[in-house]
Design a protein around this ligand. Structure first.
Ligand code: NAD
Length: 439
């Protein structure tokens, strides 16, 4: 890690990329996007073999979105201007935007290529050097990306991928005195440590994208309850629930509670759990055994607290040696229950009825998280009011999931303090420098 950070620093300081013409940086990043597209299947399969995501989803979410992200910031990089301040006569005040230097990036295993690219593309486009640490269980697609970056003409030392344990390699990156900005996606526990490492080292800025316990609120006046049930099932169970924005709490208006839970469970039961490399699979594998055991413990504890199983609840297909779990729906969950308060990061949905709009908002906001939410209603005023009142970085209305790279993704409360995607994310990778000149 020390050698990688030193290489990144050398590359930044000698200007081989940081001071290269924007047109050149743009060309290299577009070329990298071309290579990601040309190698999409290999990248997706490498990722799936590592992390167990169903290939149908991985193809779109991983190489598909990675290529799009590199193109977005390749196009953006020569449209970032400085400013001229409105000064008194005789003074010229200029605000320059400069790359920050060496960016450290630490990413999780659920969508390594997509999330890795959300950090790498804007960081590189801005002219920085990067040292990236993938998750222990999902590094292959990011190592391949580094090879493709070299093939695209990214100069040596500008992008460094270092694998290893979080507590060793990750800590070394986060404690480095020579990393200027740290960008992270992962759990709140590790996010907290990174802030400590920053305080104990060089006060590097840390941007954290953390977990969620996202409420998906269904009103009786939803335009199409059957569609709402189908999309809500996909919104929690795709990638076996290992999606940061997964709608893991279902809040249903009392009058439609039973019929809606039945419809959602029917759609969930029709989703095929199976071999992640099979294109017909809807729900792939849980990433690792610890995660699977954690998911099952959440179910056991929920039942102890008084919840009932409406669907699933168990490990399946153990004979394959894989970590598979049924899509699981728990009803009768109270807002204060463990499974309603803490992130499972697995295929487990907690269902709670609500009585009124105010009740729905109070339950929706009753956790420490604030990443995503969903609202299903055909009442425009209600939709706008829910968007205003729910504490979340993204609120979906009459859909769940799918915002593209043009809009920011980031949490409020303990779900994070920075955004990925869009021009808002670009700002993290620039410093502002003022020039104040007497004319
Ligand atoms: P994790 O926090 O365990 O690990 C994330 C990364 O941090 C890994 O690369 C890991 O090696 C590294 N790490 C672990 N300990 C470290 C340490 N002491 N110092 C430095 N680095 C360390 O998370 P995970 O289990 O890989 O991913 C699941 C979590 O990520 C969930 O909480 C999920 O909600 C969150 N997530 C958030 C988003 C988002 O955009 N907000 C997106 C995806 C996942």
């Amino acid at each position: 890690m020390d050698r990688a950070v030193a290489a990144a620093r050398r590359a930044f300081d000698d200007g081989r990329w940081s001071r290269a013409a924007p047109a050149y940086r743009k060309k290299v990043l577009h070329k990298l996007a071309d290579l990601i597209e040309a190698n999409a299947l290999e990248l997706a399969v490498l990722g799936v073999r590592d992390n167990g995501t169903e290939i149908g989803m991985a193809l779109k979410a991983e190489p598909g979105s990675a290529a799009g992200t590199f193109r977005y910031y390749a196009e953006a990089l020569d449209k970032v201007y400085g400013e001229i301040a409105p000064t008194a006569p005789g003074i010229l005040g200029l605000v320059h935007k400069e790359p920050v230097g060496v960016v450290g990036a630490i990413v999780p295993w659920n969508f390594p290529l997509m999330i890795g690219s959300w950090k790498l593309a804007p960081a590189l486009a801005a002219g920085n050097s990067v040292v990236l640490k993938p998750a222990e269980t999902a590094s292959l697609s990011l190592l391949k990306l580094a090879e493709l970056a070299a093939e695209a003409g990214l100069p040596d030392g500008v992008l460094n991928v270092v694998t290893g344990a979080g507590s060793v390699t990750g800590e070394a990156l986060a404690m480095s005195m020579d990393v200027d900005v740290l960008v992270f996606t992962g759990s709140g526990g590790v996010g907290r440590r990174l802030l400590e490492y920053s305080a104990r080292s060089n006060l590097k800025r840390c941007y954290l994208e953390l977990g969620g316990k996202s409420p998906n609120v269904v009103f009786a006046d939803a335009p199409d309850l059957e569609q709402a049930a189908k999309v809500s099932a996909a919104g929690i169970f795709r990638n076996a629930g290992q999606v940061c924005v997964a709608g893991s709490r279902l809040l249903v208006e009392e009058s439609i509670h039973d019929e809606f839970v039945e419809a959602l469970s029917r759609h969930a039961a029709a989703m095929k759990v199976g071999n992640p490399l099979d294109l017909t699979t809807n729900i792939g594998a849980v990433n690792n055994l610890t995660q699977l055991e954690g998911n099952l413990n959440f179910v056991t504890k929920a039942i102890e607290e008084g919840a009932e199983i409406a669907l699933g609840g168990s490990r399946i297909m153990q004979d394959t040696g894989g970590y598979f779990m049924e899509p699981t729906v728990l009803k009768g969950v109270k807002p204060e229950h463990n499974v309603a308060q803490n992130e499972v990061f697995g295929p487990v949905l907690a269902v709670t009825p609500f009585a009124s709009d105010e009740d729905a908002v109070a339950i929706a906001n009753s956790t420490k998280f604030g990443l995503a939410a969903g609202v299903w209603t055909s009442n425009l005023s209600r939709a706008h009011n829910m968007v205003r009142n729910i504490q979340a970085g993204v609120v979906h209305v009459n859909t769940y999931g799918g915002p593209d790279g043009t809009v920011p993704l980031g949490g409020v409360k303990q779900s994070g303090n920075g955004h990925d995607k869009s021009m808002h994310a670009f700002d993290k990778y620039f410093d502002l420098k003022t020039a104040w000149m007497q004319l």
